[in-house]
Design a protein around this ligand. Structure first.
Ligand code: ZN
Length: 237
């Protein structure tokens, strides 16, 4: 491990969704300095990226210490990903389950690509902690969200870049209701309300209708999962 690598700084994969916003708050509660990284790859819900600015502003307004810790917001353009994927996220295709048991929203190895770019950026920025919202509990069949995959990639990145990275996945074993609870624990009602209002989850990129859990089409798998988690969270209150 290099002395120049800061264990006090984290880079958060920040798409502007519920999970990554919760991860951002988690990182802000643990590290002295936090930078964010979003990817632009021509996905149909590029609206997620525009949500990021609202969320970052909201996070800063929520707590002065978080505002102080929040560093650069990076965006990497990887249009190649859209060129190699034929899924409902990047083409005008309905979301459905494929014969392989995976939804056709699946971009093969997407998280491996994201985390590898994140590690390359972290390397250049002297950051050793990388935080992502991968989750095995609400498992949609995405093999690149599995804990085993993340740990294997962590080893590969350490070897391939000759550094010691720590990939953190605070949501790995949480369901969506528990993710709302975590957000509440980290930032209270203010953070929960910020996530409801400004984070984006809908696969179809819809913001039109405001549900109690936030905006979205209300029908797609991502909306259904978010709505279910919200109902369970509220029922536990
Ligand atoms: Zn939706």
């Amino acid at each position: 491990m290099s002395d120049q690598f800061s264990s006090e700084t984290a880079l958060v994969l920040f798409s502007g969704g519920q999970d990554s916003t919760t991860c951002l708050a988690w990182a802000l509660s643990r590290f002295a300095r936090v930078e964010t990284l979003g990817f632009a790859y021509g996905q149909r819900h590029a609206i997620e990226l525009s949500c990021r600015d609202h969320l970052l502003d909201g996070i800063k307004a929520l707590r002065a210490d978080w505002a102080e810790k929040l560093g650069e917001s990076h965006t990497l353009e990887i249009p190649t990903l859209a060129a190699i994927s034929e899924t409902a996220l990047t083409r005008d295709v309905a979301i459905e389950m494929g014969e392989d048991g995976l939804p056709n929203t699946f971009v093969p190895g997407r998280n491996l690509i994201f985390l590898t770019f994140a590690a390359a950026l972290a390397y250049r920025r002297g950051i050793s902690n990388i935080v992502g919202g991968m989750c095995e509990t609400d498992y949609s069949g995405y093999p690149d969200c599995r804990d085993e995959t993340i740990r294997a990639l962590n080893s590969a990145l350490d070897l391939g870049m000759s550094r010691h990275f720590q990939l953190h996945t605070p949501l790995m074993w949480l369901d969506k209701a528990a993710t709302w609870r975590l957000a509440f624990g980290l930032g209270g009602t203010g953070l929960v309300d910020l996530i409801r209002e400004h984070s984006h989850t809908c696969y179809l990129g819809e913001r039109g209708e405001r549900h109690e859990w936030g905006y979205g089409c209300g029908e797609c798998p991502a909306c259904a999962l978010r709505a279910k988690g919200w109902r369970e969270y509220v029922a536990e209150e």
